[in-house]
Design a protein around this ligand. Structure first.
Ligand code: ZN
Length: 196
Protein backbone atom coordinates (compact mmCIF):
# COMPACT_ATOMS: atom_id res chain seq x y z
CA UNK A 1 0.00 0.00 0.00
CA UNK A 2 1.33 3.43 -0.90
CA UNK A 3 0.82 6.41 1.40
CA UNK A 4 -2.64 8.06 1.55
CA UNK A 5 -2.86 11.00 -0.81
CA UNK A 6 -0.72 9.24 -3.38
CA UNK A 7 -2.15 9.69 -6.89
CA UNK A 8 -2.16 5.91 -7.43
CA UNK A 9 -4.49 5.29 -4.47
CA UNK A 10 -6.72 8.24 -5.34
CA UNK A 11 -7.25 6.99 -8.88
CA UNK A 12 -7.93 3.41 -7.78
CA UNK A 13 -10.47 4.59 -5.17
CA UNK A 14 -12.19 7.00 -7.56
CA UNK A 15 -12.42 4.31 -10.19
CA UNK A 16 -13.99 1.81 -7.79
CA UNK A 17 -16.70 4.36 -7.00
CA UNK A 18 -17.18 5.17 -10.69
CA UNK A 19 -17.44 1.50 -11.74
CA UNK A 20 -19.95 0.85 -8.94
CA UNK A 21 -22.29 3.40 -10.57
CA UNK A 22 -21.45 2.50 -14.16
CA UNK A 23 -25.02 1.45 -15.00
CA UNK A 24 -25.77 0.77 -18.64
CA UNK A 25 -22.75 2.67 -20.02
CA UNK A 26 -21.27 -0.75 -20.79
CA UNK A 27 -23.73 -0.90 -23.69
CA UNK A 28 -22.47 2.27 -25.41
CA UNK A 29 -21.54 1.99 -29.09
CA UNK A 30 -17.94 2.60 -30.14
CA UNK A 31 -18.58 5.44 -32.67
CA UNK A 32 -19.24 8.78 -30.92
CA UNK A 33 -23.02 9.25 -30.76
CA UNK A 34 -23.01 13.02 -31.40
CA UNK A 35 -20.68 12.85 -34.38
CA UNK A 36 -18.01 15.38 -33.51
CA UNK A 37 -14.43 15.60 -32.27
CA UNK A 38 -12.61 18.18 -30.14
CA UNK A 39 -8.87 18.84 -30.27
CA UNK A 40 -7.86 20.68 -27.12
CA UNK A 41 -5.05 21.35 -24.65
CA UNK A 42 -4.09 18.99 -21.82
CA UNK A 43 -4.24 21.90 -19.34
CA UNK A 44 -5.70 20.60 -16.06
CA UNK A 45 -8.13 23.54 -15.81
CA UNK A 46 -9.94 22.46 -18.97
CA UNK A 47 -12.61 19.77 -18.71
CA UNK A 48 -14.04 19.28 -22.20
CA UNK A 49 -16.81 17.03 -20.86
CA UNK A 50 -18.01 19.99 -18.80
CA UNK A 51 -17.22 22.97 -21.03
CA UNK A 52 -18.79 21.27 -24.06
CA UNK A 53 -21.46 19.22 -22.30
CA UNK A 54 -20.27 15.70 -23.08
CA UNK A 55 -21.21 12.39 -21.56
CA UNK A 56 -19.53 9.04 -22.13
CA UNK A 57 -20.02 7.91 -25.71
CA UNK A 58 -20.78 11.40 -27.08
CA UNK A 59 -17.65 12.67 -28.83
CA UNK A 60 -13.94 12.21 -29.43
CA UNK A 61 -11.63 14.38 -27.37
CA UNK A 62 -8.01 14.53 -28.52
CA UNK A 63 -5.66 16.28 -26.14
CA UNK A 64 -2.03 17.30 -26.20
CA UNK A 65 0.10 20.18 -24.95
CA UNK A 66 -1.44 23.25 -26.57
CA UNK A 67 -4.21 21.40 -28.44
CA UNK A 68 -1.95 21.60 -31.46
CA UNK A 69 -2.61 20.02 -34.85
CA UNK A 70 0.45 17.81 -34.66
CA UNK A 71 0.87 14.86 -37.00
CA UNK A 72 -0.43 12.62 -34.23
CA UNK A 73 -3.48 14.79 -33.55
CA UNK A 74 -4.29 14.67 -37.27
CA UNK A 75 -3.84 10.88 -37.22
CA UNK A 76 -6.56 10.71 -34.53
CA UNK A 77 -8.87 13.11 -36.37
CA UNK A 78 -8.59 11.14 -39.60
CA UNK A 79 -9.48 7.91 -37.75
CA UNK A 80 -12.28 9.79 -35.99
CA UNK A 81 -13.92 10.63 -39.30
CA UNK A 82 -12.87 7.83 -41.62
CA UNK A 83 -13.61 4.92 -39.31
CA UNK A 84 -15.85 6.36 -36.62
CA UNK A 85 -17.98 8.86 -38.51
CA UNK A 86 -17.38 12.26 -36.91
CA UNK A 87 -18.54 15.09 -39.20
CA UNK A 88 -17.57 18.32 -37.40
CA UNK A 89 -14.35 19.18 -35.58
CA UNK A 90 -13.43 21.79 -32.97
CA UNK A 91 -9.94 23.12 -32.26
CA UNK A 92 -10.01 24.65 -28.77
CA UNK A 93 -6.97 26.41 -27.33
CA UNK A 94 -7.24 28.52 -24.16
CA UNK A 95 -6.08 31.69 -22.45
CA UNK A 96 -3.03 31.53 -20.17
CA UNK A 97 -1.67 28.47 -21.98
CA UNK A 98 1.68 27.16 -20.76
CA UNK A 99 2.77 26.73 -24.36
CA UNK A 100 3.16 30.52 -24.56
CA UNK A 101 5.67 30.48 -21.69
CA UNK A 102 8.61 28.87 -23.45
CA UNK A 103 10.15 28.23 -26.85
CA UNK A 104 11.64 25.10 -28.37
CA UNK A 105 15.03 26.68 -27.77
CA UNK A 106 14.30 27.20 -24.06
CA UNK A 107 13.00 23.70 -23.30
CA UNK A 108 15.78 22.16 -25.40
CA UNK A 109 18.35 24.02 -23.31
CA UNK A 110 16.68 23.09 -19.99
CA UNK A 111 16.48 19.40 -20.92
CA UNK A 112 20.04 19.31 -22.15
CA UNK A 113 21.12 20.47 -18.68
CA UNK A 114 18.80 18.45 -16.40
CA UNK A 115 15.51 16.44 -16.52
CA UNK A 116 13.93 17.42 -13.16
CA UNK A 117 10.98 19.85 -13.06
CA UNK A 118 12.09 23.39 -13.82
CA UNK A 119 10.87 26.49 -12.01
CA UNK A 120 9.27 29.52 -13.65
CA UNK A 121 9.86 32.85 -11.92
CA UNK A 122 7.30 34.72 -13.99
CA UNK A 123 9.91 35.62 -16.56
CA UNK A 124 12.27 32.72 -17.17
CA UNK A 125 12.68 29.01 -16.48
CA UNK A 126 15.45 27.70 -14.22
CA UNK A 127 16.67 24.20 -13.44
CA UNK A 128 16.83 23.41 -9.70
CA UNK A 129 19.68 20.97 -10.35
CA UNK A 130 22.28 20.57 -13.03
CA UNK A 131 23.64 17.59 -14.89
CA UNK A 132 22.17 14.39 -16.28
CA UNK A 133 20.23 16.02 -19.11
CA UNK A 134 19.91 14.97 -22.73
CA UNK A 135 20.35 16.66 -26.05
CA UNK A 136 17.32 14.69 -27.37
CA UNK A 137 15.04 17.65 -26.60
CA UNK A 138 16.76 19.59 -29.36
CA UNK A 139 15.21 17.24 -31.92
CA UNK A 140 11.59 17.47 -30.74
CA UNK A 141 9.13 19.84 -32.41
CA UNK A 142 7.48 21.29 -29.28
CA UNK A 143 4.73 23.25 -31.08
CA UNK A 144 4.99 26.29 -28.81
CA UNK A 145 3.33 29.57 -29.78
CA UNK A 146 3.37 33.24 -28.85
CA UNK A 147 0.06 34.41 -30.37
CA UNK A 148 -2.89 32.34 -29.18
CA UNK A 149 -5.45 33.36 -31.80
CA UNK A 150 -2.91 32.91 -34.57
CA UNK A 151 -2.07 29.43 -33.27
CA UNK A 152 -5.76 28.46 -33.54
CA UNK A 153 -5.89 29.79 -37.11
CA UNK A 154 -2.68 27.92 -37.98
CA UNK A 155 -3.99 24.64 -36.57
CA UNK A 156 -7.38 24.91 -38.26
CA UNK A 157 -5.64 25.78 -41.53
CA UNK A 158 -3.19 22.88 -41.18
CA UNK A 159 -6.04 20.40 -40.63
CA UNK A 160 -8.12 22.00 -43.41
CA UNK A 161 -5.29 21.65 -45.91
CA UNK A 162 -4.31 18.11 -44.96
CA UNK A 163 -4.73 15.74 -47.93
CA UNK A 164 -6.49 13.11 -45.77
CA UNK A 165 -9.13 15.52 -44.45
CA UNK A 166 -12.33 15.81 -46.54
CA UNK A 167 -13.42 19.33 -47.48
CA UNK A 168 -16.93 18.52 -46.20
CA UNK A 169 -15.91 18.63 -42.52
CA UNK A 170 -16.37 22.05 -40.92
CA UNK A 171 -13.53 22.88 -38.53
CA UNK A 172 -14.20 25.49 -35.85
CA UNK A 173 -11.60 27.42 -33.86
CA UNK A 174 -12.08 28.65 -30.29
CA UNK A 175 -10.18 29.99 -27.30
CA UNK A 176 -11.49 28.84 -23.93
CA UNK A 177 -11.20 31.57 -21.30
CA UNK A 178 -9.81 30.03 -18.10
CA UNK A 179 -11.15 32.98 -16.05
CA UNK A 180 -14.77 32.67 -17.16
CA UNK A 181 -15.22 29.17 -18.64
CA UNK A 182 -16.47 30.72 -21.89
CA UNK A 183 -15.55 29.60 -25.40
CA UNK A 184 -14.63 32.56 -27.59
CA UNK A 185 -14.81 32.00 -31.33
CA UNK A 186 -11.80 32.84 -33.46
CA UNK A 187 -13.53 34.24 -36.54
CA UNK A 188 -10.50 33.91 -38.81
CA UNK A 189 -10.14 30.25 -37.84
CA UNK A 190 -13.81 29.52 -38.51
CA UNK A 191 -13.48 31.18 -41.91
CA UNK A 192 -10.39 29.10 -42.67
CA UNK A 193 -12.12 25.91 -41.50
CA UNK A 194 -15.35 26.40 -43.45
CA UNK A 195 -16.60 23.28 -45.21
CA UNK A 196 -16.69 23.39 -48.99
ZN1 ZN B 1 -2.61 24.88 -22.66
Amino acid sequence: MTAPGHPYDEVIAANAAYAAEFGDKGKLALPPARGFAILTCMDARLDPAKYAGLAEGDAHVIRNAGGRASDDAIRSLVISHKLLGTREWFVIHHSDCGMELFTGEVIGELLEDNLDTAEFDGKAWHNPHHGGGSVAGRYVHWHTFSDNARSVVEDVRRIRNHPLVPKTIPIYGFIYDVRTGRLDEVAEANAAGKAA
